[in-house]
Design a protein around this ligand. Structure first.
Ligand SMILES: CC(C)(COP(=O)(O)OP(=O)(O)OC[C@H]1O[C@@H](n2cnc3c(N)ncnc32)[C@H](O)[C@@H]1OP(=O)(O)O)[C@@H](O)C(=O)NCCC(=O)NCCS
Length: 146
């Protein structure tokens, strides 16, 4: 178990943004042989980038995208050295509190098959049918925040 020292929102294209991009590229894109395009990132200007820190290093992050009272959680990534140590769970719980502050009553996400049990442990329901996103099977998952 690793306790995050700090969980905070970071500014889009601010000082910490390159570190966040490096983590996402390493954890979410490199294993698939893919990279982000400028258009992908430009589209995230008004989304909420929540990151977790340990010993001053950005080791985890996710993005919240509010659509009225439904909040979409995306790009959940934990540095490989820290996976399986409770870091992702701490960050997702913190994101749920933030989602409520943003006026959300339901969190939704698209989970890779390998991450379904991670979200299920955190109380998310899973759809039966998979669909393909970035070339991988994904499942719709959601959780009431009330
Ligand atoms: C998936 C991910 C975000 C989980 O974060 P994490 O910090 O590794 O997970 P935690 O340590 O908080 O795990 C919590 C629980 O989920 C379980 N779990 C299920 N699937 C898991 C998975 N793929 N990775 C890690 N834990 C997983 C763990 O066993 C643990 O259960 P326990 O508390 O009963 O022991 C992280 O492993 C990761 O970044 N993986 C690669 C990228 C990815 O798949 N992101 C999600 C895209 S939808």
């Amino acid at each position: 178990m690793v306790a995050l020292d700090q969980i905070q929102l970071i500014e889009f294209r601010g000082n910490l943004f390159p570190e966040w991009m490096e983590l996402r590229q390493k954890v979410l894109r490199e294993p698939l042989g893919l990279a982000y395009s400028d258009a992908d990132i430009d589209a995230e200007a008004d989304q909420w980038h929540l990151c977790g820190f340990k010993d001053g290093k950005l080791i985890a992050g996710l993005i919240l995208l509010p659509k009225a009272s439904v909040i979409k959680m995306r790009q959940v990534a934990v540095h490989p050295d820290f996976q399986g140590k409770g870091v992702g769970s701490q960050l997702v719980r913190s994101a749920e509190e933030l989602a409520i502050e943003l006026g959300g009553d339901r969190m939704v996400l698209h989970a890779r098959e390998s991450a379904v049990s991670f979200y299920r442990n955190l109380g998310y329901d899973v759809s039966r049918e998979a669909f393909i996103e970035i070339g991988l099977p994904h499942f719709r998952m959601d959780k009431s925040l009330e």
